[in-house]
Design a protein around this ligand. Structure first.
Ligand code: FES
Ligand SMILES: [Fe+2]
Length: 317
């Protein structure tokens, strides 16, 4: 396949998604890898294809003592550098290539083995400083191109349709749109309809979302779209992560952080927050998966220049 955005840094996992001594499969730009984290917090990644008879290493298991992954087919063992480990000895050469990772805090980044075009962004560290990590929500492999998945994050009209059920947005203003290189910042003001009883029952966090509120979006193209807002219980930050699995599948997950005014809100709202974010991702997924191939649009809506800016960064990469 054609590599999408070669040289871009991709955030392929958060530590909390890996567990300990658990093989975790990641597909990036048409290549499968197996990742695991040991109990010391070290993270390893290998090409997922067993060099013996091409079984999927991620279906195997991790040996805690030797820090190796065992292939599920004939039980050959490989260490974190992809070297064969047999009868107490480790081979010299990797037989399955390791994938170079960059670990920033709890975030695992990679260039997919390609040379670096732009640095790993520090947006997450900067924005989440002093906040509590609530969890990962909306982890999904979406049938849709990377570009279509990317653009919905820069599309300020889609909440009116796609997310009408959750937020009931009736007006949307964009007082700020700034950009510099691969960084974009947008301030969005939203007016909501009253939430229905049913909405509140399903998403109690809606009770705390005011009728008009301001959100700030910051992007680190192409991997991250962040959204943060203040509401009576405190502030919340969502980091929407995207990477291309193949030319037609895109992976997403959302890191959710909060800083509540009182610890009780953590207990009360954590699950509801994560569920609401998962619903948002499901709504986006549905519209992306059910749309027809893109054609030149015959209608223009307000604020679409933000989406066209992202499209230009993609096309001119
Ligand atoms: S295919 Fe992996 S050990 Fe044989
Ligand atoms: Fe959306």
């Amino acid at each position: 396949m054609k590599t999408i955005l070669p040289g871009a840094p991709w955030l392929i996992a958060h530590r909390s998604m890996l567990g300990i001594d658990n093989p975790h499969k990641v597909s990036l730009n048409g290549q499968d890898y197996v990742l695991w984290q040991n109990s010391q917090g070290e993270v390893f990644a290998l090409n997922n294809i067993c060099p013996h008879m091409q079984a999927s290493l991620s279906d195997g298991w991790i040996c805690h003592e030797r820090n190796t992954i065992t292939c599920p087919f004939h039980a050959l063992e490989f260490d974190g550098q992809g070297r064969l480990h047999q009868s107490g000895k480790t081979g010299v050469q990797p037989l399955t290539p390791p994938l170079a990772l960059i670990v920033r805090g709890d975030c695992i980044w990679t260039y997919g083995g390609l040379s670096t075009k732009i640095p790993v962004p520090d947006l997450i560290e900067n924005l989440s400083h002093g906040m509590t990590f609530l969890g990962v929500a909306g982890e999904k492999s979406i049938r849709g191109t990377f570009l279509n998945n990317l653009l919905i994050g820069y599309d300020y009209n889609h909440p009116m349709g796609t997310h009408r059920k959750l937020f009931g947005i009736k007006a949307n203003r964009i007082p700020v749109f700034e950009q510099e290189g691969y960084w974009v910042k947008v301030v969005q003001e939203l007016d909501r309809n009253d939430a229905t009883f049913n909405d509140i029952r399903r998403h109690p966090a809606l009770l705390f979302v005011p009728k008009s509120y301001t959100g700030t979006l910051e992007y680190a193209f192409p991997a991250l779209a962040t959204f943060r807002t203040r509401f009576p219980p405190g502030k919340i930050l969502q980091v929407h992560v995207l990477y291309p699995e193949t030319e037609t599948r895109t992976k997403t997950f959302v890191l959710v952080y909060a800083k509540f005014n009182h610890p009780i809100f953590n207990t009360l709202l954590q699950r509801s927050m994560l569920n609401a974010v998962t619903t948002v991702v499901e709504q986006d997924t549905q519209v992306i998966e059910n749309s027809y191939p893109r054609q030149p649009a015959k209608i223009r809506l307000p604020h679409e220049e933000i989406m066209f800016h992202a499209q230009k960064l993609y096309r001119e990469w």
